[in-house]
Write a protein that binds this ligand. Sequence first.
Ligand code: UDP
Ligand code: MN
Length: 274
Amino acid sequence: TFSLGPRISTWDEDRKVWLQKNPQFPNYVNGKPRILLVTGSPPNPCDNAIGDHYLLKSIKNKIDYCRIHGIEIVYNMAHLDKEMAGYWAKLPLIRRLMLSHPEVEWIWWMDSDALFTDMVFEIPSFKYKDYNMWSLDLLDVWAPMGPKGPIREETGKILTANLKGRPAFEADDQSALIYLLISQKDKWMNKVFVENSFYLHGFWEGLVDRYEEMIEKYHPGLGDERWPFVTHFVGCKPHRGLVSPNIKRIRNETGTPLVNVDQFDIRHAVHQSG
Ligand code: UDP
Ligand code: MN
């Protein structure tokens, strides 16, 4: 079967030793776990030129969020493995980054077409301390479902037969992961935390029409249905509501900027009342 690389069975111990030997690369900084946000897009342009324009906005949005919160970011446009082209490209990439950055506690994949809509909210990583998944092992069983060609096609049929409402098409990484988790529940599920207390992955439908209402009633920092942390759009195929990204003045200039500096700094917005 296909594999992403040699099986690594002593990662946890090896990493612990590496961290002890390399105190200049701590996995916790100021009490916070070191996070690497990983995203990327296909090597070629989008079919639709406006799609590329949104990819640019989208990477800017991620860089802004990461700068504010001290998160490192990688943008990948290469296919590291020919067989893992397309949406499966994230698997070899994540594995490579994990192995070459043992100082990173969390690798956070984010689709190119997902945007931070709450620049203040932070992932409550302490909630997941008892869910220390064996990520390399998971990648080892997940990746063999993805090689382009007959395997991806045949696996797609299995996924469609087993996942309610899935249309018939080749295996995608996300359906494959869900299928894996439910078909091997005993092996994985006690280490899986499906987060639904905030919008890690809010879908644009049902959110975008409510943005104005949210702005009126709430404030950044909530991350949930009142102010979605992330809104996921539709790849290189944007919808009409986004075609005019004009900006407008929302307050007047002041001669005493420092009087209000805290109020206008979004990093302090958490402390404002709704
Ligand atoms: N992606 C990538 N390289 C590719 C194809 C996809 O890095 O060649 C990433 C990209 O970030 C994209 C995500 O994988 O947002 C999911 O891809 P998919 O085709 O499922 O859907 P999209 O998000 O483009 O609608
Ligand atoms: Mn997407």
